[in-house]
Each structure stands twice: as structure tokens, then as C-alpha cells.
Ligand binder design. Structure first.
Ligand code: NAD
Length: 456
């Protein structure tokens, strides 16, 4: 529930950030670097507190937290620190005939006051990576992490609010009401991570003030498994990608399409890998939990929409759902229509590669697509012909870990991208500057347009 104080508070901070940005204080590169270095030190010094908080929300082990959250945040800080100076420079471009004598350049400029709305499934990475890009590009940031991961949200708020000036970088905690209030403000930039449903709400709010917007959304990311592949490696990498964070990953393989000739063997390999990776079942410290009862109930509802090949056990009191493989799933069932976002993998056979591609094309554009095939022709056909945010061939999720690749979706899975240079660009407007010399002035463009001018 939002309080009047919170509304006044967020408006006051917004105005302070506007004033701070307009003062030019965020423009010097050294100031931006200082902010990023300070954030890096803070995260290093408070890693234990952050680990404890996320464990309470998602039961994430500290290894997984480092590998999928903190480590990626350090990478993002380091990439930005290394390149801010270069990326902030003017880029000279050729000058066309009509502007000679003169020179021309393009210059990035921070948008201004930015709002970052985070999702709960990777509560640190999805909040801080965009904030880092925003600060690197010279913006101020108000960050609202997701209320669905309250311990992580609170740990972030304490860390940031105790150590950064509010006019530069602050965290406002809260639920949908707080998000809605924030969205009424005239932001220069809104960066949203979450569901396509809320993405539409955010975009409507952004339209009201013509705020620039980046939407990082979700969807059903397929894994296409050909008959030409190393089955052990494919099974290991798909099971890892699917069940990391209990399947609550925007780029987890949502469902698997398997060539019918290798279907039986692939299912066996999947089961072998689940047994190998999550040997201790419910007691497994390496396996997370579903975020809350609402999502738990939604996921359990999918379990009777197919044949449970392996898994299916669950316990509501512990928010635990066993890694589960579903077969014989009707493609019109909700488990094949909605983003699963949990530890359930429907496996569906196909008879030829074109049919598999057509199945993917029949759904909204996914955030990620995975191809497992040693045939170049199949790899290329999928990457050339399908529309998706990003792709990893012969593995899952790895494209997110390369800062030289933009990360983002298309259509239903998002608008815009970030990470590395793309993150810097997401928070920068590129100004066009045309400089003209004054020692020469072509009279042609000025009225009156007498007949000799028209003839030219
Ligand atoms: P969500 O859309 O419910 O919430 C995201 C944020 O929006 C939260 O901060 C929440 O407080 C706020 N919000 C919720 N309802 C709102 C409303 N009516 N008005 C204004 N703000 C509102 O998403 P979620 O459940 O936190 O995350 C799951 C979704 O996010 C999945 O679809 C997943 O695929 C997607 N996701 C995408 C990425 C990516 O990088 N593309 C990463 C993680 C998650």
C-alpha cells in the first residue's frame, strides 16, 4: 500500500534528480567512473549480506548468486569503466556537398532522469545492470526493484541509499501502487524488465510524456534439438539452462522440440542429467525454490497437462517443485501457450527441421532460441529465418554472458537492448551536429528564388 509520504518523497527525489542532472554534474567522465568504482567496492564489501537476502527470497546458493548475479554485475561495471571515455567521444562523420565547407559529428548525451523497474527472478542483476549502464552514460537513476523478492529489494535499498546521494542514484521500494505512481512522472528514460502484460502498461505511461523506453520482456524460448548432435552434451546444457534458478529465468529453454528419431534417447539423457545434477532431491542445496505460493500454484496447475516422464513431486510448504519433464503435451494447453517460468520442461517431437521452425514461428517472437545441431545448414536456417532476441547454438543462455552481444527481445519479448555498448546506447541520445564555416556563403538557398536559381 502506497503512503502519501512515499508519493511526496518520490516526487521530491525526482525533482532533485532533475536539478542535479541539469547542473551538468553527471557529465564529466571521471565523475561517472567514480560512481561505478564506488558501486563495485560496495558490492564486494557487502556480498555476504546480499547472498543472505537472496537466499531468503529464492534459496539461491552463493555459487549460483555469484555466477548469475554478482559476477555479471562486476562484468558490466568493468566493461563500462573500460569504455565510457571512448563511447562518450564525438564521432566525426563525412560532410556532404550541401554542407561544405563544414564538419559533422555525432555526440552521445545522457537522456537525464531515468527510472529502472526490476523483476524478481534475478533481483540484483536485473536491477543493477541497467542502473550501471544508466550511470555510465551520465544519467541519474531511481531504481524500483520488484516487491516479489522483498529481502533482495531491501538489501539493495539499504546499500544504495546509505552510500549514494539521492540526487544521483536511489532505490525506492514498493509494489504495483508505487510503480504506478512512479510511472506518472515525466521520465527522460524508462527501463523496464518484466512481463509483456506490464510492459504494455509501462509503454502507455511512457507515451504520456514521450519518455524513451526500453522493455526487457519474456516469452516462450524454445530449444530445437536435431538428430545430428552430441546428445550427452545437449542434455547436460539444456537441463542446466532449464533448472538453474528453478526455471525462473527469462531466457531458460521454456520447451524442447526434439527430432522424433532421437526422442526416446533424449528423454533418457534428460533424466540421467537431472538425476546427476540434483541427486539429493528436495534436500538439494544447489536447487532453488519457487518465489511464492501464487507462482507455485500456477506451476502445479501445469503438471496434469501432459504425461510426467520424470519429476512432478512438489511440496507447497517448502515451495519446492521437482525438476519435471512433460511429454504428450497438447500444444493448445496453457503450458504450451503461456511462459512457464518454472521447473517444468514440455518435450515435443517433430519430424523435420522446417516443421520445427514453423512451430517456433507460430508463437510470438521469443526472447531466446536454442539450436542443438552439428549441421551447419540447420544452425544457419534457424538463425537466418527465425525472429528472436538472442540465440545460443549448442548451449543455453550463454549469449547473455558475452558483453559484446546486445541483450534484448523483439516484439512480444521486448523493445531495445542493453549490456556493454548497447547498455550505454540505451541510456544515450545521439545528437547530430553540423558545423558550418562562415567564410563562404552559397546564396542559392535564400529567397527570392529568382529564375536563374530555379534553372540550377
Ligand atoms: P512483472 O511484469 O509482474 O513485474 C515487473 C515490475 O513491474 C515489478 O517491479 C513490479 O512491481 C512492476 N509492476 C507489476 N505490475 C505493475 C503494474 N500493473 N503497473 C506498473 N508496474 C507494475 O514481472 P515479474 O513477475 O517480476 O517477472 C517475470 C517476467 O519478467 C517474465 O515474463 C520474464 O520472462 C520477464 N523477465 C524478462 C527479463 C529480460 O531480461 N528480458 C528478465 C527477467 C524476467
Amino acid at each position: 500500500m502506497i503512503t502519501t509520504n512515499q508519493i511526496v518523497n518520490s516526487k521530491t527525489i525526482f525533482t532533485r534528480q532533475q536539478d542535479y542532472f541539469r547542473s551538468g554534474a553527471t557529465l564529466p567522465i571521471d565523475a561517472r567512473k567514480k560512481t561505478l568504482r564506488k558501486l563495485r567496492t560496495l558490492l564486494q564489501d557487502h556480498e555476504t549480506v546480499l547472498n543472505e537476502a537472496i537466499y531468503k527470497d529464492l534459496r539461491k546458493s552463493s555459487f549460483e548468486t555469484y555466477a548469475t548475479e554478482i559476477g555479471l554485475i562486476f562484468d558490466e561495471i568493468n566493461v563500462q569503466l573500460k569504455s565510457i571515455k571512448k563511447w562518450s567521444r564525438r564521432t566525426r562523420v563525412p560532410t556532404n556537398m550541401a554542407n561544405i565547407p563544414g564538419s559533422s559529428y555525432i555526440q552521445p548525451h545522457p537522456y537525464g532522469v531515468s527510472l529502472v523497474l526490476g523483476a524478481w527472478n534475478y533481483p540484483y542483476q536485473l536491477s543493477l545492470a541497467p542502473a550501471i549502464d544508466a550511470l555510465a552514460a551520465g544519467n541519474t537513476v531511481i531504481l524500483k526493484p520488484s516487491e516479489i523478492a522483498p529481502h533482495s529489494s531491501n538489501a539493495l535499498a539499504k546499500l544504495i541509499n546509505e552510500h549514494f546521494p539521492k540526487e544521483l542514484f536511489t532505490v525506492i521500494e514498493g509494489d504495483v501502487d508505487v510503480a504506478s505512481e512512479l510511472l506518472e512522472l515525466p521520465w527522460d528514460k524508462i527501463f523496464f524488465t518484466g512481463s509483456p502484460r506490464v510492459g504494455k502498461i509501462v509503454m502507455k505511461a511512457a507515451a504520456e510524456h514521450l519518455s524513451d523506453v526500453t522493455l526487457e520482456l519474456g516469452g516462450k524460448s524454445p530449444a530445437l534439438i536435431s538428430d545430428a548432435l552430441s546428445m550427452d552434451v545437449a542434455a547436460k546444457r539444456i537441463i542446466w539452462g532449464k533448472f538453474t534458478n528453478c526455471g525462473q529465468t527469462c531466457i531458460a529453454p521454456d520447451y524442447a522440440l526434439v527430432h522424433e528419431s532421437v526422442m526416446d534417447e533424449m528423454l533418457l539423457k534428460f533424466k540421467e542429467q537431472i538425476d546427476e545434477m540434483y541427486q539429493s532431491g528436495q534436500a538439494d542445496e544447489e536447487y532453488g525454490r519457487i518465489i511464492n505460493e501464487e507462482h507455485f500454484d500456477r506451476l502445479v496447475g501445469y503438471l496434469n497437462q501432459g504425461n510426467i516422464y520424470t519429476g512432478g513431486h512438489h511440496e507447497r510448504a517448502d515451495l519446492w517443485i521437482e525438476p519435471t519433464i512433460l511429454t504428450e503435451v497438447d500444444e493448445s494447453a496453457s503450458v504450451m501457450q503461456e511462459e512457464i517460468f518454472g521447473p517444468i520442461l514440455p518435450v515435443i517431437p517433430f519430424s523435420n527441421w522446417d516443421e520445427a521452425l514453423e512451430k517456433v514461428r507460430s508463437k510470438p517472437h521469443p526472447l531466446a532460441t536454442y539450436v542443438f545441431s552439428n549441421r551447419k545448414s540447420e544452425q544457419n536456417k534457424a538463425s537466418d529465418e527465425l525472429q528472436f532476441g538472442g540465440m545460443t547454438i549448442n548451449d543455453t543462455m550463454q549469449h547473455i554472458a558475452n558483453p559484446n552481444l546486445p541483450f534484448g527481445g523483439v516484439g512480444n519479448s521486448g523493445i531495445g537492448s542493453y549490456h556493454g555498448k548497447w547498455g550505454f546506447d540505451a541510456f544515450s541520445h545521439y545528437k547530430s551536429v553540423q558545423k558550418k564555416a562562415t567564410w563562404m556563403d552559397v546564396p542559392l538557398k535564400y529567397p527570392p528564388y529568382t529564375s536563374w536559381k530555379e534553372k540550377i
